[in-house]
Design a protein around this ligand. Structure first.
Ligand code: FHN
Length: 424
């Protein structure tokens, strides 16, 4: 396998990711027992470390059905899933030999809950990502513990011990041959201290096709904005917005501030229009049950993604705002322009500055052909006319209607300031 990383370019490794558009993130850990913030609750002093760790006794996984999880994720239209194998609290979901702080040794679940999920997800055809927190606030040789309490500051020997442990656990995860590594917590140490390059080399040596998120101090492959939707298109060619359904990553029954299905579909479309993915989070209960609100969102998303497949997967960022007052995307070959109509139109849709001829326009997921009408094209001017499309009410989707326009070639836009004939 030596040299294979060079053979597989970054574009090749990230090709599936670029096309995937939707992933489901899973934050599952002992924090679901009390329904409190994952790891941060003890780190920030909202609960003592000992009380936080008492939650180990309530992590039962009695109703855990990884096949159902995978089915549901598939039904949402996601093409990949990322699960927390170990959060900042250091509790591993697999049978790690490097620490007994894992759900097999320390919780009534008494079993590795990771392997079965990876298997189930793969049988549904999903790509599998493993979230791993580089920082480990529980490890006796990790310098940081509580926000106001460190274990040590400068101790090369202890850091070396931690590094050995960290590489040990990471190497255990390579056995799953993950399609994606989703690191977190890199902010506490430098690339050099983590040995970030060595980590990257190890992962790519073990799984040459794998991809790595950005949180490896500069050694990742793609950007991961969190919670806030980018307002302008991120610079990175590959990116993914990770976002919660309510305001919490893990299960917190007290947090009922859920986004609606409609809002989430619009967020997804926002990401797609800027060429990115949405990694939407769920937080299962300690017994493995996915909260009903989250199931409903996954299914609601599934209704929309299933109907609009051709306008989601494999698309590329759309055309700049100004041409169309809303989200757009392009097919990979840039000959189909998709318009996402997220509000009830108050008249025909308008597209400005499109030089192409539209060969055909239709409603995605419904097929109805739509009439297009160009007005205001003057024979002496290069400025394209105003293109109008009527979208009858009976073809409109309850969430976001998608219109496809087959162009006469690659999209070609007029980007000038208009033509003037005045001399000054
Ligand atoms: O600290 C974590 C947080 O708990 C959560 O896991 C998110 C998910 O992206 N990542 C971290 C903060 O960036």
């Amino acid at each position: 396998m030596v040299g294979q990383e060079k053979e597989l370019s970054k574009d090749q490794r990230l090709a599936w990711f670029k096309d995937a558009k939707l992933g489901i993130f899973i934050h599952w850990g002992i924090y679901a027992v009390n329904g409190i913030d994952e790891s941060w609750s003890f780190h920030n002093g909202y609960i003592s470390y000992d009380d936080y760790m008492k939650q180990l006794d309530g992590f039962t996984a009695t109703n855990y059905n990884p096949e159902y999880w995978a089915e549901l994720i598939k039904e949402s239209g996601a093409k990949y899933t990322v699960i927390t194998t170990k959060h900042h609290d250091g509790v591993a979901l697999w049978d790690t030999k490097y620490s007994d702080l894992n759900v097999v040794d320390k919780t009534p679940a008494k079993r590795d809950v990771l392997t079965s999920f990876v298997k189930a997800a793969r049988s549904e055809g999903l790509k599998v990502g493993l979230y791993y927190s580089l920082l480990d606030w529980s490890h006796p040789d990790y310098p940081n513990f509580l926000r106001d309490k460190k274990r040590y500051t400068d101790d090369a020997k202890r850091w070396a011990k931690f590094t050995k442990f960290n590489f040990g656990q990471i190497e255990e995860l390579t056995k799953f041959n993950p399609d994606l590594y989703w690191f977190d917590g890199d902010w506490e140490q430098s690339a050099e201290t983590w040995k970030a390059k060595e980590i990257r080399d190890l992962l790519l040596e073990k799984t040459p096709t794998t991809i790595i998120n950005s949180r490896l101090q500069g050694y990742g492959d793609y950007a991961t904005p969190e919670q806030g939707i980018p307002i302008t298109k991120p610079d990175s060619k590959y990116w993914e917005l990770c976002m919660t359904m309510n305001n919490s990553w893990g299960y917190q029954p007290n947090d009922t501030n859920y986004k609606s299905v409609n809002q989430i579909i619009r967020i997804l479309v926002d990401c797609i229009s800027m060429g990115g993915n949405l990694l939407l989070d769920i937080g299962p209960k300690p017994d493995g049950i996915i909260p009903q609100e989250q199931i409903d969102i996954l299914k609601g998303l599934g209704r929309w993604t299933n109907k609009h497949k051709s306008a989601i997967y494999g698309t590329r960022a759309g055309i700049p705002f100004g041409h169309f007052n809303g989200y757009t995307a392009l097919s990979k070959d840039k000959t189909i322009l998709y318009l996402y109509v997220d509000n009830k139109p108050n008249g025909p849709l308008l597209i400005k500055g499109l030089k192409n001829k539209v060969n055909r326009a239709w409603v995605v997921g419904n097929g109805t052909k739509l009439k297009t009408n160009v007005v205001g094209k003057l024979y002496w001017s290069d400025v394209p006319g105003l293109l109008y499309i009527d979208v009858p009410e009976d073809v409109q989707d309850q969430d976001v209607t998608v219109i496809a326009m087959q162009l006469d070639g690659e999209v070609d836009l007029y980007r000038e300031k208009g033509q003037v004939i005045e001399s000054n």
